[in-house]
Design a protein around this ligand. Structure first.
Ligand code: IPD
Ligand code: CA
Ligand code: CA
Length: 263
C-alpha cells in the first residue's frame, strides 16, 4: 500500500519535472537577475517561477502537503509532521547566471520526518537522479550502484576553501588526490553519490541544499553527518559532509584538527 502510494507520487513528480523541459528554455531566455543579501547572492525569475509553479502544483494535486522552499517564507512549516517537501528551485544560481551550466533542481519528500523520495534534476545535462526509500537510487530510470570504497589519497574532494582555516585547507589538499568545486551543493553531492568524488563539504548549507542527499546517502551506503560526526537534522541543517565510506574517517579527523572550519 505504502509502496504503491510512493510509486504514484514518484510518477507524478517525474511528470512535473519532465514538463520543465518545455518551461525552462523560455524562462531562461527571459532571465532577469536580482541580488538578495549581497552582490554574490543571486536570484532570478527562473528560481522564483519554478518554486511558485511547484507550490501551485502541490496545492492542486497534494493538498495538505507542506512546502519548505528557498524563495518563500517558511515560518508556518512544521518540518517533522506529516507530508513535507523541501525544494531548492535552482541550486547553483550563480552558475545559471554566469555559465548557463552546472545548476540543478532539488526536491525531497519526507513523511513524519522520514525521507521517502529525493530528486536532483541536472537539467543542462538531461540527468534526473532520484531515490526511493527502500528501493534504491536511479539515474534516468537506470538503477545506480553503491560507489566502491575510495581511500582519501585516491579521491577528489570538494569544499569551499574560503571557509576553512589555512592549515585545514593545506591538510585536505595534502591528504586527497585532488580538489574540485562545481559550485552547486546538489551537483557536488551527486559526484559523491556517483563515486566520482570522495566527499563534499558545505560549511553553511540551508535545508534545501542538503534535503535530497539524505535518501541517496541511505540507499547507496554513503555517510552524511555534521562536520563533528554528529547526526545532521534536515530541518535545521548546518555544516555538513556527504562522503564515501572509504574516506569519511580521515576527512572528519582533518576537519577537526588545527582549528577546522568557520561557518
Ligand atoms: C548555493 C550553492 C553553492 C553553495 C552555497 C549554496 P544557491 O546554492 O549550492 O554551491 O556553496 O552554500 O547556497 O544559492 O545557488 O541555491
Ligand atoms: Ca542552493
Ligand atoms: Ca537556490
Amino acid at each position: 500500500m505504502q509502496r504503491n502510494r510512493l510509486q504514484y507520487i514518484d510518477g507524478q513528480i517525474i511528470d512535473w519535472l519532465k514538463q520543465l523541459d518545455d518551461v525552462l528554455p523560455r524562462l531562461i531566455k527571459e532571465m532577469t537577475t536580482d541580488t538578495k543579501v549581497d552582490r554574490f547572492d543571486l536570484v532570478t525569475n527562473v528560481d522564483k517561477q519554478l518554486q511558485h509553479q511547484f507550490e501551485r502544483y502541490l496545492a492542486e494535486h497534494f493538498p495538505g502537503h507542506q512546502l519548505l522552499g528557498e524563495e518563500k517564507n517558511n515560518d508556518n512549516i512544521q518540518p517533522y509532521d506529516g507530508h513535507l517537501w523541501i525544494m531548492d528551485p535552482i541550486d547553483g544560481t550563480a552558475n545559471l547566471v554566469k555559465q548557463q551550466e552546472d545548476y540543478c533542481i532539488i526536491l525531497a519528500y519526507f513523511e513524519n520526518a522520514e525521507p521517502k523520495l529525493s530528486y536532483i534534476y541536472d537539467y543542462p545535462h538531461d540527468k534526473l537522479y532520484k531515490a526511493i526509500a527502500g528501493e534504491g537510487a536511479y539515474v534516468n530510470g537506470e538503477p545506480m550502484a553503491s560507489p566502491a570504497h575510495l581511500p582519501l589519497n585516491d579521491a577528489i574532494i570538494s569544499f569551499g576553501s574560503q571557509y576553512m582555516n589555512e592549515q585545514t585547507v593545506k591538510a585536505l589538499y595534502d591528504a586527497a588526490f585532488g580538489v574540485r568545486n562545481i559550485g552547486s551543493c546538489g551537483l557536488d553531492s551527486v559526484r559523491v553519490i556517483k563515486g566520482q568524488f570522495g566527499a563534499h563539504i558545505n560549511t553553511n548549507p540551508k535545508p534545501w541544499d542538503i534535503a535530497a542527499q539524505f535518501l541517496f546517502a541511505k540507499e547507496l551506503n554513503l555517510v552524511m553527518t555534521q562536520l563533528d560526526g554528529q547526526p545532521l537534522d534536515y530541518a535545521t541543517s548546518g555544516p555538513f559532509i556527504i562522503s564515501n565510506p572509504g574516506c569519511y574517517n580521515d576527512m572528519i579527523t582533518i576537519l577537526n584538527s588545527n582549528g577546522g572550519y568557520q561557518k
